[in-house]
Design a protein around this ligand. Sequence first.
Ligand code: PMV
Length: 334
Amino acid sequence: LPIQPVCHCSCQHSEGDECYKRKDIHLHVKTAASAPGKIILFGEHAVVFGESSIATALQLRIRVKIEDAERESFNGVYLDARSTPHAFHALRLSGRSGVGISVSSDIPAGAGLGSSAALSVALIRALRPEIEERELAELSYRVELAAQGRASPADTSIATHGRAIYISSRETAEELWSIRGNEVTWHVSHLEMKQIPVVIGFTGIQAATGPLVMKVKTLYEKYKLVREAIAEIGLLTEEAVVALRRNDLVRIGELMDRNQRLLTVIGVSSREIEKLIDAVRPYSYGAKLTGAGGGGCIIAVTDNPERVREAIELRGGSAFITSIYSEGARCENE
Ligand code: PMV
């Protein structure tokens, strides 16, 4: 087989290192990539119905390394659809086989911080390093659907693009890509905003996203109140885009509090979430759950991160003070 003399890859590996390009000649190849976790600032659940949502990328990342292997594995354990569904479907959908996958992560799993989506995105990036952002977002959304069932492309799009995104079923001038699924077409746009001071509080309870999304669907079909709450979340998210662009922390906080009340109406808050929110409110512009709810994490926008951290820890939660607006998926030198 011919050896490719020139390397066209976008990974910027150092000279002399083996390059994934050379997989064509069946060398033992290693590639690595990473993707960020996320918080949903506004609009979780409502986004599944096509309402607007805003997400931003965290500094916490997942790192994936792949190498050719006789036996497909995930951190040394046999890869299968039941125990590692995201990795399993990412491999199948990207058309690759015969790889060993090693993963390390700073994103707590099952906390609503987008660890599964970041895994799918980083893995596809490592399997197909030259893939364009648009296709990466589309493919990783298909993985999410296969692994989780009903879902919006919020988590996979923010893990792909990084920084901050605005998702809506309406077209915008700054559109990055659009994705269709669940009878909705979502338009994903870049959102230019400043860093805002956010503290994350983990309730310690891991809640699966799929059943919560299905619960909201059932309530939506049954109750007008829930349909109205979903529509109102969409409207307040539109207002939040303006507040975030202006960096108006007071307004952002008010809108977060309103969003939280509506999330309670649609049945995804919990006692543990409310407990942490009550604890951080005196020191915050606003606070709400982030992600699927039912446990998972809250976010608070605050000028006083240390007081908020203390308040979270006093109520038995764990706090993360971390930057937002981080870089999206990228290849790494492994
Ligand atoms: O908790 P997470 O990180 O899985 O976020 C779920 C976000 C939802 O809006 C509830 C579902 C979705 O697919 O958008």
